[in-house]
Design a binder for this molecule. Structure first.
Ligand SMILES: [Zn+2]
Length: 273
C-alpha cells in the first residue's frame, strides 16, 4: 500500500545502549550483592541525570537520529524546508496556505492530531495544495517527554491514523511537543516508520512579538539545507494584533527566493532523486 509507512529497524545509539547496560548491571549487582545497593542506585541516578539533560537538548542526537538539517543531496539542490507546528488553526492556517501559494512554496505542517480531527477540511486543504502533514503527537501534552513507552506508542499511532485517514498519506516525520524527546521514543518511532526532525533555525514566534526579530532569527545565515520552524497555531501577535507568522512569512519567503533557494517539503527534500 503506497500510503502506509514501513517500520524502520531500531538501532539504539551508544548512549542508549550504555544506559541499558547500566540498568542491567545495577539490577544484577543488587541481586548478587545486596549490600552494594548504594552503588547501584548511584549509577542509575547518574545515568538518569544524563538522560534528563539529553531530553532538554532538542537538537542533540544522543537519544536517536535527529534531522537538524536536510540531507546533503537536498542542500546540493538548493532546498530548504519551512515547517509549521501546532496547527491547524482556522484563522491562521488558511492565510499561511495563501501566502505559500503566492510564493510557490511547499511546506510541512506538524499538526496536533486532536486539532486535525477537529478541523478535517483544513487538513485536507493543506494536503490538496501540495503540502505535507506530519505527526506532532495526538494531544501535544506538556508531559509527553515523560510518558511510558505504551503511552508514547498510543500517542504516535493514533496521530498517524488521524492524519492518514484525512489526507490518505501516513506522516513520515515526527517532532516532539516542545522539542522535548523521551529516551523511550526511538523504538516507537521506528515501529511507526517515522523519522525524528527538529530544526536548523527556529523563529521563537511563540515568544517574540516583534516580527523583525523572528525574521532575523530565521534568515541570518540562511543556507541551503536549513529546516526552519514557525507556528501556525499559538504564535504571538504583533502590536496591531496580526499573528507574527503572517507578518514574517512573506518577507521570509522573499529572502529564501532571493538567496536562490527553493522551499520544499521535508519528504521531497529527503528523497534521493
Ligand atoms: Zn508544538
Amino acid at each position: 500500500m503506497a500510503n502506509a509507512t514501513e517500520q524502520i529497524p531500531w538501532r539504539p545509539t551508544p548512549v542508549v545502549r550504555l544506559s541499558l547496560l547500566i540498568h542491567a548491571t545495577a539490577a544484577v549487582m543488587v541481586v548478587i550483592q545486596p549490600a552494594l545497593w548504594p552503588w547501584a542506585l548511584g549509577a542509575v541516578a547518574g545515568n538518569h541525570l544524563f538522560l534528563m539533560a539529553a531530553v532538554f537538548w532538542p537538537r542533540g542526537g544522543a537519544l536517536g537520529a535527529n534531522l537538524v538539517r536536510l540531507p546533503a543531496t537536498a542542500a546540493a539542490r538548493g532546498e530548504v524546508s519551512v515547517t509549521f507546528d501546532d496547527g491547524p488553526d482556522p484563522e491562521v492556517t488558511p492565510r499561511v496556505l495563501d501566502l505559500l501559494d503566492r510564493h510557490q512554496a511547499k511546506a510541512s505542517f506538524f499538526c496536533i492530531a486532536e486539532r486535525a480531527a477537529a478541523h478535517p477540511d483544513l487538513v485536507r486543504e493543506i494536503a490538496r495544495r501540495g503540502h505535507d502533514v506530519e505527526n506532532h503527537s495526538h494531544r501535544h501534552s506538556g508531559a509527553f517527554a515523560f510518558y511510558g513507552i505504551f503511552r508514547l506508542k498510543r500517542e504516535l499511532e493514533s496521530a498517524q491514523a488521524v492524519v492518514s485517514g484525512l489526507t490518505g498519506r501516513a506522516p513520515r516525520f515526527f517532532r516532539a511537543p516542545m522539542g522535548l524527546r523521551s529516551p523511550l521514543l526511538d523504538p516507537v518511532l521506528a515501529r511507526c516508520g517515522l523519522r525524528y526532525v527538529s530544526w536548523t533555525r527556529r523563529g521563537l514566534d511563540g515568544m517574540h512579538r516583534n516580527p523583525e526579530r523572528v525574521l532575523q532569527r530565521l534568515s541570518n545565515g540562511l543556507a541551503a539545507g536549513d529546516i526552519l520552524l514557525l507556528h501556525d497555531n499559538g504564535c504571538s501577535r504583533t502590536r496591531d494584533g496580526t499573528p507574527v507568522v503572517l507578518a514574517v512569512l512573506p518577507e521570509l519567503l522573499d529572502r529564501i527566493r532571493a538567496s536562490g533557494l527553493s522551499p520544499v517539503t521535508l519528504a521531497a527534500a529527503a528523497s534521493e532523486s
